[in-house]
Structures are given as structure tokens and as C-alpha cells.
Ligand binder design. Structure first.
Ligand code: SAH
Length: 511
């Protein structure tokens, strides 16, 4: 059985600049082979047990030689696996994707290519530089600046044509060879005052743009310590940047912000940070551990028709309950004798996803709210099942028990996500990381446990943002100073603090 290979363009780096088709390939793959230019956040979309293979670092410093990469991809497919070869930008723009595809064809392996947004166009766009413009350039030329070892490619480059063509020139992999590039262009007649832009890590939150002229380009690049991956743009379209630069003006551009909520809750905060140009670094401190082989839950489900009410107070509780129900070969119809109660709109939504509209959703999303709704309608004949988390508050069980029979079944527990310990330690030592956000006391406690007592003082070098007074108190109890507390206890209010904070100077440097 032969598998299939998808050569997928991951786009230039901004998480949302990948095609729907590319994402689909990632989601269905057994193996993902990627290198450093592809945004590794895409790997989170992969299915469980997907194998990840990192094959590249810097352009001249591959972890694996190209022949070995070709072999690896072919071998995995020959094992019958679905393989995604994830490449930065577009797979056929200097990515050696063509060679990889040729090998697959020779070996009779089924493959497809999914184009991506090349950095040569998309990267310029995020720097405020349109690659063509009626008043500036009616063609563009994408050139490799990285000669082959045998020098063949440099000879193939027609410097005279490039110097005289008037279109925008974009050099990829050109930094090591910059002096050669600018000298050749000037020698062949290109105006030495032609504007040049260096765009490093284009479309990412750490995008950096430096502008120069062809004449001083090399000098400026050395002075500014410009490193790959960088695009070199030559042409007057560079001047449009002053007017058209939209990305670096986003309120959170250049800001690295740690998000400590559990994965399911963090997505909203991360999404907003990303939309506003920032870089969310997710370090979930809590994970959900369900009770395995839950005999107690099984026996309650077996007599579920006795229950007149079932109370859910979290999405996790809903998912775990219905998974068990299905595992036992039942479906939602067995709940026909029970009224379903949901605390919180997310919980109600999770129930709806199972095909049931909750009968009671209290206006106040807390246990007290549900008690208010139930207290006058339940009596001693009612039986209430509450499948829920360990260590949940006693209030509901105690109060409802005064009126009816209540059965609480523990179905899961929130535990510290120790898998993220190394990432957490890395982040607190990383000078580029400016903010750490905390949206509950429990995430504070778990984060502190994760990094360990001796490292807590390092948090005083970061700007700590707290969602409200209770969370702030917990942070301060650890001896850590709060930078700012949100005015309202909302995610938006936390984001406001960061976007109104003074801007880090990462933007333009003009020489
Ligand atoms: N297939 C890729 C290019 C691979 S060659 C594409 O279509 O974009 C690698 C070179 O591309 C790097 O050395 C750099 O010059 C450029 N590059 C790729 N992504 C980049 C990015 N996000 N920022 C700046 N340069 C990038």
C-alpha cells in the first residue's frame, strides 16, 4: 500500500496566511516534515499521534541534506502513510519542492502540490511594499541570492538584464551574498540611489524592516546586523512603504504575550492578540484529566431514566458524559425522562452540539443562578444527577440535597499541565517576551508551580497583566508585582492595557 504526499506551502509566517487546502492536509496527515520557515503553530492542527520531523534550520545549515529529505518523504509514503511536506512560502519558489516532487513521481508515489503565498510577494505586502505599481514597476523578478556550490546559478543570473529591467527585484537567500548583488547591479548600470528594503521575518510579529540605497546596502546590513531569513527588495516601490505600511501599525505589533489559560479557554485571547498583530505564546497551565474506567458513571447511566434532572456546569462535563454514553452504545434518546440544565452559555452550546437544547440555562452563569431557577420547581420526588469535576464547589450539591435526591459523579479533574514546564522556563528567561497574562487565580498558582519557587522572582522582569482583584491578590501573594490590572474582568480589557502600553521600537530603521 502506497501512501500519499502533499507538498504544502505554509505561507510566509503569519498563521492565517495558509490555504484552506493546506490546513486540510495537515489535519489528515500521519507524518509532517517541516523546516524552520513554516510557522510551527500549524502542527497544533495535526491529528493525535501524528509524527513531526524537523528537517531544517538556517538555509546553509540544514539538519538533513536534501537527498535525505527526499528519501525520508518517499519512504514514509511507501510505508502507506499520508505525508505533508510543509514548506515556507510556496513550495515551488526556491524551496526545492520541484526536486522533491520529481523523486516522488520517479518512485510512483501519489502526490499533490498545494501552493502557498510566497514571501517574495506576501512578505513585501506586510512591509507596506506592493511588488508592482503603475507609477513604479510594471514587472517583478524573484532571484536567488544563494549560489549553488558549483557556482552554476550565479552565472545563470543575467545581471545586465536585471540592472536594466526597471521592474522590482526581490532577492531571496541573498544576505550572505549582498555585496556581490549590489556591486553587480551598480556595475551593470542600476542607479546607485535606488531604494532597497531588507525585510526580516516578514509577516511575523518580529518582522523587521530596514531601508537603504543600493550604494550603502551592504554597509547598512552589516551595521544593522541583518540576518536570514530576509528578503532584499530593490526598486522605487520601497518608497511606498511610508504610506502603505499597515501591519507594523497594528496595536500589538512586535509584542510577545504569554497566555496561561487552559488550551480550550486560551484560544479567544490568542486569537485577538494575533488579529492585532501580536504574538501570543500559549502556555496552558491546566489540562483536563478524565476519570478512566468510570464504573460509577456507567452505573448511573444504566439507570439514567430514574433521573428527572441532569446538571452540567462545563463543556468538559458534557463531552465526557456523552462520550461515555456513546461508548455504552446509548444515544441522547435515553435522556428522555430528564430535564437538562446548563450553567453557562458555553455549556449550553456543548449540549446543543449533542443534539439537545438545554431546558434550563440560568441567567447568572454560576451555581447560585441555577439554584434560584430550580429551588421552587423541585421536590422530594426528583432525582438530580450532577456529573462534574473533582473539587468543584459544594454549594449546588448541598443546597439541592435539601429538597431532592442528588447524585454527584466525579468525571474529571483539572491538573497541572507539566508538559509545558520547559516552555514556561524558556519564556521567563526570554528577553523578547514582555507580557504575561493571568486570567484566574488557579492559572497563577499552576504557573508558579510549573516554573518552581526559585524562578518566581524572574517574573518581576516581565509586565504582569491581571484580569481582576482576586487574581492580582494571588499574584502578589507570590511576591510578584502586577504591572496593570484590567478595568473590567474581561479579555478585551486585558488587551486594551497592552495595546495602550508604549510601543516597542521594532519598526522602521532608515539609513
Ligand atoms: N519557498 C519560500 C522561499 C524559500 S527560500 C517562499 O516562497 O517564500 C528561503 C528564503 O526565502 C529565505 O532565505 C528568505 O530570503 C526568504 N524568506 C522566506 N520566508 C521569509 C520571511 N518570512 N521573511 C523574510 N524572508 C523570507
Amino acid at each position: 500500500m502506497k501512501g500519499k504526499v502533499y507538498l504544502v506551502g505554509a505561507g510566509p509566517g503569519d498563521y492565517k496566511l495558509m490555504t484552506l487546502k493546506g490546513l486540510e492536509c495537515i489535519r489528515k496527515s500521519d507524518v509532517i516534515v517541516y523546516d524552520r520557515l513554516a510557522n510551527i503553530d500549524y502542527l497544533k492542527e495535526a491529528k493525535e499521534n501524528c509524527e513531526f520531523i524537523n528537517v531544517g534550520k538556517a538555509s546553509s545549515n540544514h539538519l538533513l541534506p536534501q537527498d535525505d529529505i527526499n528519501r525520508l518523504i518517499a519512504d514514509k509514503a511507501l510505508e502507506g502513510k499520508v505525508v505533508t511536506r510543509l514548506k515556507g512560502g510556496d513550495p515551488y519558489v526556491f524551496g526545492r519542492g520541484g526536486e522533491e516532487a520529481e523523486i516522488l513521481r520517479e518512485e510512483g508515489i501519489d502526490f499533490e502540490v498545494v501552493p502557498g503565498i510566497t514571501s517574495a510577494i506576501g512578505g513585501l505586502c506586510y512591509a507596506g511594499i506592493p511588488i508592482t505599481h503603475r507609477d513604479h514597476a510594471s514587472s517583478f523578478h524573484v532571484v536567488t541570492g544563494h549560489p549553488r556550490n558549483d557556482g552554476k546559478e550565479t552565472k545563470e543570473i543575467n545581471w545586465q538584464a536585471l540592472a536594466n529591467v526597471k521592474g522590482t527585484l526581490v532577492f531571496l537567500m541573498g544576505i550572505a551574498n549582498l555585496q556581490h548583488i549590489s556591486e553587480n547591479l551598480i556595475k551593470e548600470g542600476k542607479d546607485k540611489n535606488t531604494p532597497v528594503a531588507f525585510i526580516s521575518w516578514a509577516t511575523r510579529s518580529n518582522q523587521r524592516v530596514v531601508t537603504a540605497t543600493l550604494e550603502n546596502a551592504y554597509e547598512v546590513a552589516v551595521k544593522e546586523n541583518i540576518k536570514p531569513p530576509t528578503l532584499i527588495v530593490v526598486g522605487t516601490v520601497v518608497n511606498l512603504r511610508e504610506k502603505l505600511n499597515f501591519f507594523e501599525e497594528k496595536p500589538l505589533f512586535g509584542k510577545n504575550i504569554v497566555v496561561t489559560r487552559c488550551r480550550t479557554q486560551s484560544s479567544l485571547l490568542s486569537e485577538k492578540i494575533r488579529d492585532m498583530g501580536g504574538n501570543p505564546i500559549e502556555i496552558p497551565t491546566i489540562k483536563i484529566q478524565k476519570v478512566e474506567d468510570n464504573c460509577e458513571l456507567e452505573s448511573e447511566i444504566n439507570r439514567i431514566k430514574d433521573y428527572t434532572y441532569i446538571v452540567f456546569s462545563s463543556k468538559n462535563a458534557v463531552d465526557i458524559f456523552f462520550d461515555k454514553l456513546n461508548d455504552m452504545n446509548y444515544d441522547a434518546r435515553v435522556l428522555c425522562n430528564s430535564k437538562i440544565c446548563a450553567v453557562g452559555s458555553e455549556t449550553a452550546k456543548a449540549i446543543k452540539a449533542k443534539g439537545i437544547i438545554a431546558d434550563i440555562v440560568p441567567k447568572r452563569y454560576v451555581a447560585e443562578g441555577l439554584y434560584e431557577e430550580l429551588k421552587d420547581i423541585i421536590n422530594e420526588n426528583d432525582k438530580i444527577l450532577i456529573p462534574r469535576a473533582k473539587n468543584a464547589r459544594d454549594f449546588l450539591v448541598n443546597k439541592l440535597s435539601e429538597k431532592s435526591y442528588v447524585k454527584e459523579v466525579i468525571t474529571y479533574e483539572s491538573v497541572i499541565d507539566a508538559d509545558n514546564k520547559n516552555l514556561a522556563l524558556q519564556v521567563i528567561d526570554d528577553e523578547e517576551v514582555e507580557y504575561i497574562t493571568f486570567a484566574s487565580s488557579s492559572t497563577v498558582k499552576n504557573f508558579m508551580t510549573l516554573i518552581g519557587e526559585n524562578n518566581i522572582k524572574k517574573l518581576n522582569d516581565k509586565k504582569i497583566i491581571s484580569i481582576g482583584p482576586i487574581t492580582s491578590k494571588t499574584i502578589e501573594d507570590f511576591g510578584v508585582e502586577i504591572y496593570k490590572e484590567a478595568d473590567e474582568a474581561t479579555i478585551d480589557s486585558m488587551i486594551d492595557i497592552i495595546s495602550n502600553d508604549k510601543k516597542v521600537l521594532m519598526g522602521d530603521i532608515t539609513c
